[in-house]
Write a protein that binds this ligand. Sequence first.
Ligand code: UD1
Length: 375
Amino acid sequence: MKSIKIISVVGARPNFMKMAPIHNAFIQLEIRNKSKYIGPSIRHLICHTGQHYDKRMSDIFFNDLNLPKPDYYLGVGSGSHAEQTAKIMIEFEKVLLAEKPDLVLVYGDVNSTIACSLVASKIGIKIAHVEAGLRSFDPSMPEEINRILTDHLSDFLFVSEQSGLKNLNKEGISKEKIFFVGNTMIDSLVSYFPKSKKSNILNTFNIHNDQFILVTLHRPSNVDDKNNLKKIIDLLNQLAELRKIIFPVHPRTKANIKIHSHKLHPNLIMTEPIGYIDFLTLMKNAELVFTDSGGIQEETTYLKVPCITLRDNTERPSTVTVGTNLLVGRDLLAAKKSILRILKGKIKKGEIPDLWDGKASKRIVKILMENFSKH
Ligand code: UD1
């Protein structure tokens, strides 16, 4: 019987929930294959580069998502972009030479994504990119470079929203490689959401009845400049007069905040990064979310929770044109005005973008299997 070996590469926090439903879809396929032959046998291996390594940035997600221990852990850790990318490449090449997989699956736009795509392409192993085609058109974002290069190296481009199709078309990527499948991050949300009923996080922070604002900020453009970060904290202190604020602080942000040098309003709760299930619970119950994350713009759109995004652009435009997201630039005054409008009940109603239906991973696995069955 023909057998196919696939390696998924994950490294940073947002990769884990994009990969989990694909891993589960492969397992389901293998279970069905055992009872009745429906196609080649699949071996799906997980390689964690170790780009994110703290328990609260990594292990907690593997637990919450019921993922097995990775088959490979490269332990590369932090560093400059060049250092981190190079370390991942050196270690991942060893994995590919030992395993000789048929396909490498990469996710999103982090340094692990481009590093492993480059290695696979030079060895001549096929690459599938989950979340292809997104573009912020802002070359100063490291993620934008990662996205463009990964897409141009990939053999299968799995697109999560309409804008991706247009972008890839414009860049001249062959249509046969492009598949509009929907959003695997939303697959995770749909399938793990029932677990959030057991979360105790609202009690932990003593927050109920949608009377709180959830904040996450980690983009270098917002948090690397300490003066700018101070202005953000000042704004949060003002908003804390009106509502409780829950702010799980990313390590990059933490490194730049001297928490003790800021006088924090008692309603402004800065906490460690929070696990997947608890975070879903917080998002679902928040009155609004104030963020610069990519994934959270999508999750709030699906949950129809208002989202204010502190960025000049978004690579996920459907969250703005279709969903509940509002881009305010990096203008804190504009952010404050928009937040106050929402607190007064003036809420943008959103819809859910096409194919964000919890079935993207099944579509991806089906396409891959059809393709491998042919060869
Ligand atoms: C990375 C991704 C970004 C993604 C974000 C999600 C790139 C270029 N950026 O940014 O797209 O939105 O992850 O979180 O890949 N650190 C820890 N513990 C950890 C991980 C990091 O303390 O487990 C610290 C390190 O000091 C490190 C800093 O956080 O220097 C930033 O980590 P890094 O992986 O370089 O980038 P992120 O800002 O997390």
